[in-house]
Design a protein around this ligand. Structure first.
Ligand SMILES: [Zn+2]
Length: 143
């Protein structure tokens, strides 16, 4: 699992995993030495606080996967920046998002040529639980 995590979630380390019903709950820790302030692009390594993000990813070994990521807020050390703190960013998920980029890509790929109802059925077979409304919302976002 450690190697898989290193490959799929850059900037994190594997902490633990467990199965709840059929769902895989994967807990990760952030290990990036620094992060870039999205407001001024200045890098900082001064940790302000810690918090948990929870989001969904593509199924791992056939299990619907939920990730708990222990990540951090940093102080922006740029005196001319208007923001005192910012949340750590990762390349596999956007800020505030509840799904990884690769999960969104897969949902959009399947739903591109299918009705939302059909897409929901195909995705469920792949181990991705999603509502028709969420599929519609994602499609609308890119159109
Ligand atoms: Zn800043």
């Amino acid at each position: 699992m450690e190697n898989l995590v290193r490959k799929l979630f850059s900037g994190t380390e594997y902490l633990s995993h467990r199965l709840e019903s059929e769902e895989l709950i994967l807990e990760l820790g952030a290990v990036q030495g620094e992060s870039m302030c999205p407001h001024c692009d200045e890098k900082s390594n001064k940790v302000h606080s810690r918090y948990q993000r929870k989001f969904s990813d593509l199924p791992i070994k056939g299990h619907p996967t939920k990730v708990i990521l222990n990540c951090r807020k940093f102080f922006c050390t740029n005196p001319s920046c208007e923001h005192k703190t910012f949340t750590e960013n990762f390349d596999f998920i956007k800020p505030m998002e509840l799904k990884t980029e690769r999960l969104i890509t897969e949902i959009l790929r399947v739903s591109a040529n299918n009705s939302s109802r059909k897409a929901k059925a195909i995705l469920e077979e792949e181990g991705i639980k999603i509502s028709k409304a969420t599929i519609c919302n994602l499609k609308n976002k890119i159109n």
